[in-house]
Design a protein around this ligand. Structure first.
Ligand code: PDD
Length: 278
């Protein structure tokens, strides 16, 4: 299996990084995760444009790279590893430098790593739905940056796992923000509600696809904050991400949603999402 590290394709056993990498020491870096369907990258441009935005927001110099260049590297990685269906993880750290909080000297090069993996779409869950729990959102206030600092997300997801649930839906003082690795939507009386894409959530690429699909079929897409109670009282609930697509949620804590069945609007969105990957 090949990985891409520091501008070379090497065998994964040779993918070593320094103990002084700022990603390792401080979580000082950013990442993306994108999907491969039938050997083709899905919404790669959007993912890499978001990577450049994350870089800009944390003052990480990505001037060595371009969106087109990164797409080419990703295609080559996917081809080399013969990935038909799967995903690609890309991360960039601020580089290797003696441990010290301020940014390192200007000549410090970012450390770029990418790997791919093969797996099928989560057909079973997409058809039957998943369970979620609710947890306090204890993260920092720049969740719009796809940063390597994922401790809040990790603790939330671990709690979900302990509770036999697939996702932890986070809230700040009762206002739903997003899942530990997904965006969250309440569907009520034919309308889709989701948290505004501000500093408190990641502006998901899948969220943007769902927004477009909703517009195409004249389902109102309302970017407004709502409470945990509103969510539990919704007709249908979905979560979305690059890996779970348009995922129905059929239970939140002890509350069963829509009698435990996948709702009609959810099914419509799923069908059109399927079309978008063809
Ligand atoms: N996570 N919110 C958070 C906190 C996320 O980590 C993700 C994605 C999303 C959905 O974004 P997108 O639709 O662009 O994948 C929302 C990825 C899959 C991950 O961490 O692996």
């Amino acid at each position: 299996t090949y990985i891409f590290i520091n501008n070379k394709f090497v065998d994964e056993t040779e993918g070593n990084v320094s103990y002084s990498d700022r990603g390792y020491n401080f979580g000082d870096g950013i990442y993306e995760y994108l999907r491969v369907y039938d050997g083709k990258l899905y919404t790669a441009k959007e993912h890499y444009e978001r990577l450049f935005r994350s870089a800009k927001e944390i003052g990480l110099n990505l001037s060595e790279y371009t969106v087109e260049g990164l797409i080419d590297i990703t295609k080559e990685l996917v081809n080399k590893n013969d990935v038909q269906n799967g995903g690609v993880y890309i991360q960039v750290t601020r580089g290797v430098a003696p441990r010290n909080h301020p940014f390192p000297s200007e000549d410090t090069k970012p450390v770029f790593t990418a790997f791919s993996k093969s797996y099928d779409r989560p057909y079973d869950e997409l058809e039957n739905g998943v369970k979620a729990i609710t947890v306090d959102d204890i993260r920092w206030l720049r969740c719009d940056i796809k940063s390597l600092n994922l401790l809040g997300n990790v603790l939330a997801k671990e709690k979900a796992t302990q509770c036999d649930a697939q996702e932890a839906i986070q809230h700040r003082d009762g206002i739903v923000t997003e899942g530990s690795s997904s965006n969250v939507y309440a569907i009520k009386e034919g309308k889709i509600y989701t948290h505004p894409a501000n500093h408190l959530i990641l502006n998901g690429i899948t969220r943007r696809v769902i927004h477009k699909i909703a517009n195409d079929i004249d389902v109102p897409f309302i970017e407004e904050a709502f409470t945990v109670d509103f969510l539990k009282d919704a007709d249908e609930v979905i979560i979305s991400s690059t890996s779970i697509e348009v995922m129905p949620v059929i239970q939140i804590d002890d509350k069963i949603i829509n009698d435990g069945k996948v709702g009609e609007i959810t099914k419509k969105l799923q069908k059109l999402f399927d079309k978008s990957i063809e």
